[in-house]
Ligand binder design. Structure first.
Ligand SMILES: Cc1cc2nc3c(=O)[nH]c(=O)nc-3n(C[C@H](O)[C@H](O)[C@H](O)COP(=O)(O)OP(=O)(O)OC[C@H]3O[C@@H](n4cnc5c(N)ncnc54)[C@H](O)[C@@H]3O)c2cc1C
Length: 455
């Protein structure tokens, strides 16, 4: 979109720094963090208020201009990538935390707030925002809401979906609606808040959100436990005596990639599997459970049990875990999947995934959320011909997850990259209902067209 007439229409109500047309500056808005995916755009709008978002959409609706909403562009499903030269509407300038409501344990935030910032601000009041995608220091809360982002703490605290209590949304025709409020219960009409959560920018543009906060745990402790095989790690995980805050696993290749990326070593970096288990709560409680968890781990042949209870040691471990995705990307990751299965089916998933590796002679590195069943399956490009086989490999991986009562996306969304496979995952009745909802809200298909499913 680089029509001078349309741009001059936007100039009537947007300031100079809210409009980008410069080719070089447009570049970064043509992609997100999805490997090997690039679109194009001739216009990026960065409004500073919800009213301006509404005005933009009124113009877009009248003139049938397609628009792609964008947070920080850290998505891994191509949801924020303009594939048909759409206008990109970036929410980055709407980045204020409007309120931390101590009494109600709620925060009111603009969509462009970096997720970590919410907890940083809430900490002053002894509160925090629990959802913690590994990208929490670079992604936005708007993007998290639009993708239904998860994180390591899902096993105890749930995902973004569990923390969104109200939204202000601009619809494709520029109408602004408000849903929900600062209350924990609401049975008044359809759950419209839930409709927009996870809608990947296809139904409306989130311009404000009410998010729930929780009391900040006084203490946290992490256990890093190396194993020689996955079965022992899984047996430990499924026999923990108490609910952990996070329960992650990392294959050797994943840890070693992070070590190379960060130029730092982790203990037992050559172990086949590492478990990273976090607990939070009162110090006395944690002291009492560490020993019990250690016993369970050693009973299941752990090589060692390392306890990290200081900020620097915990920080070092989580730095490695959170950088695995970036590290693998720097070493040729060509696809990063986020399939999910009931967690008891993870051992079978990993075992059968080995057959897929052998069938295609492909390098696949896994890590992820053992506690909630969400596995990151990373396909590494070792030769050029992998590109030709990629869709077959992906199809087999999705088939495997579905055969184990799972789904093709646990937290990244469908966007563009998983769109060809959504019909494998959902019955046609479900997809048709989604199409009807989309058509009712966005009859001209101007909001993030071509994402999730074809109309
Ligand atoms: C290193 C790394 C680690 C990651 N770890 C995790 C993880 O642990 N868990 C996880 O869930 N994800 C993870 N991700 C993926 C990504 O960070 C999340 O999907 C995140 O929610 C995207 O936020 P964003 O602000 O970058 O959104 P974008 O990528 O800009 O957009 C994502 C989608 O949301 C839509 N959107 C954005 N803002 C709005 C809005 N205000 N209104 C309506 N629609 C909007 C876009 O159109 C697009 O469809 C990771 C990514 C990286 C690079």
């Amino acid at each position: 979109m680089d029509n001078p007439q349309i741009i001059s229409t936007f100039r009537k109500f947007l300031e100079r720094d809210e409009i980008i047309t410069d080719r070089e500056l447009l570049e970064k808005y043509c992609e997100d963090e999805t490997p090997n995916l690039k679109g194009s755009t001739g216009l990026v709008l960065k409004p500073k208020s919800a009213q301006k978002v509404a005005q933009i959409m009124q113009v877009a609706f009248q003139k049938k201009i397609p628009v792609v909403p964008r947070g920080a562009g850290t998505g891994l499903a191509g949801g924020a990538v303009p594939i048909q030269n759409e206008v990109v509407l970036s929410l980055e300038n709407m980045n204020k935390i409007l309120e931390i409501d101590k009494r109600n344990w709620m925060a009111v935030v603009e969509p462009g707030v970096i997720t970590q910032e919410i907890s940083n601000q809430a900490k002053i009041y002894g509160l925090f925002y629990p959802p913690d995608p590994a990208s929490l220091d670079i992604c936005t809360i708007g993007g998290n809401i639009a993708t239904g982002a998860g994180g390591a703490r899902t096993v105890k605290y749930g995902t973004t979906k569990n923390y969104i209590y109200g939204l202000t949304v601009v619809l494709p025709d520029g109408t602004m609606i408000k849903t929900g409020g600062k209350f924990l219960k609401n049975s008044t009409g359809y759950n419209l808040t839930g409709l927009f959560v996870n809608s990947e920018g296809t139904l409306g543009i989130i311009t404000e959100a009410i998010v729930r906060l929780m009391p900040l745990p006084t203490f946290s402790v992490d256990l890093l436990i190396p194993y020689t095989n996955m079965d022992d790690a899984v047996e430990t995980a499924f026999n923990l005596p108490v609910l952990p805050t996070a329960l992650e696993f990392m294959e050797r290749e994943a840890i070693q990639s992070a070590e190379r990326f960060l130029n730092k070593d982790l203990p037992f970096g050559d172990a086949e599997i590492h478990l990273l288990i976090e607990f939070d709560g009162e110090k006395e409680y944690l002291d009492s459970i560490i020993e019990k968890v250690g016993e369970v781990a050693l009973k299941h042949n752990a090589i060692d049990v390392m306890v990290a209870d200081t900020k620097p040691t915990r920080g070092r471990i989580w730095e490695a875990r959170r950088n695995i995705s970036r590290a693998l990307k720097s070493e040729g990751k060509i696809a990063s999947q986020d399939v999910v299965v009931p967690r008891s089916n993870i051992p079978e998933f990993i075992e059968k995934l080995n057959r897929i590796k052998q069938k295609y002679g492909v390098k696949i590195v896994c890590f992820g959320h053992l506690g909630d069943g969400n596995i990151h399956v990373n396909i590494i490009k070792e030769s050029e011909d992998i590109k030709e086989r990629l869709s077959l490999i992906l199809r087999d991986i999705y088939k495997l997850a579905l055969s184990l009562s799972g789904m093709i996306s646990g937290e990244h969304g469908i966007g563009l990259v998983k769109k060809p496979y959504i019909e494998m995952a959902l019955p046609s009745g479900n997809i048709n209902l989604m199409r009807k909802i989309k058509k009712a809200i966005d009859p001209d298909n101007i909001l993030n067209p071509g994402k999730i499913f074809n109309l």
